[in-house]
Ligand binder design. Sequence first.
Ligand SMILES: NC(=O)c1ccc[n+]([C@@H]2O[C@H](COP(=O)([O-])OP(=O)(O)OC[C@H]3O[C@@H](n4cnc5c(N)ncnc54)[C@H](OP(=O)(O)O)[C@@H]3O)[C@@H](O)[C@H]2O)c1
Length: 202
Amino acid sequence: MKTILLIGSTGSMGKAALSGLSHHTIITANRSGVGAEYVVDITDENSLRSLFEAVGTIDAVVNTVGYCEYGSFQEMTNEQWRTTIDSKFIGQMNIVRIGSDYVRDGGSFTLISGILSVKPIPMAIADATTSAAIETFAKCVVFEMPRNLRVNVVNPTVLEESWDTYGEMMPGFQAVPGVLVGKAFQRCVEGFISGQVITVDA
Ligand SMILES: NC(=O)c1ccc[n+]([C@@H]2O[C@H](COP(=O)([O-])OP(=O)(O)OC[C@H]3O[C@@H](n4cnc5c(N)ncnc54)[C@H](OP(=O)(O)O)[C@@H]3O)[C@@H](O)[C@H]2O)c1
């Protein structure tokens, strides 16, 4: 039994992660505070520091937050790129940077990317690019993590539970059930892998 901080617990991916981790003690957080125990904005360094200080020492952090703007490359503004980078890349990187003081020896961070990093589609260049960036970050940062702390990324295809939202922009993709993605989060938290990207595709 581990104590796990799950950021983004109320979202579709957070619920998928929860399905594989519910036998642990889960501490939940999101930005609105609706349906979660703690409030945090992962794009705000001070907010992240306050969260970890309030939660205290834990065994693992699972993050499923990574807000993305969608549009064609020609239309995407600097602000849209910045918003996506601040959440899906810098926000997740800061969870590891700031949170590593609060995770027990041998504990883990599990981050989120998405299948578009390897299967690009129109209008999703910022999601795809930042997903690839966080995967590269995880592969590299493990060489510098103290106390055997582990870092992995789950890279799922679209969830069955999210098909109504994303299906139209993803013709030819096969959705997977959240419980299957939950098992990838479970492997990352309960296993010994580090610096890995666990792809869950159909
Ligand atoms: N859904 C899919 O099929 C799928 C597939 C592959 C990859 N992904 C990736 O998974 C990630 C999450 O997607 P999702 O579908 O789960 O989104 P979602 O359903 O909109 O959930 C987002 C979650 O993050 C919280 N949140 C939003 N901004 C936050 C912030 N700045 N700080 C802290 N919490 C914040 C939300 O809670 P509040 O708004 O209440 O604060 C909510 O709990 C995205 O990066 C997405 O690309 C999703």
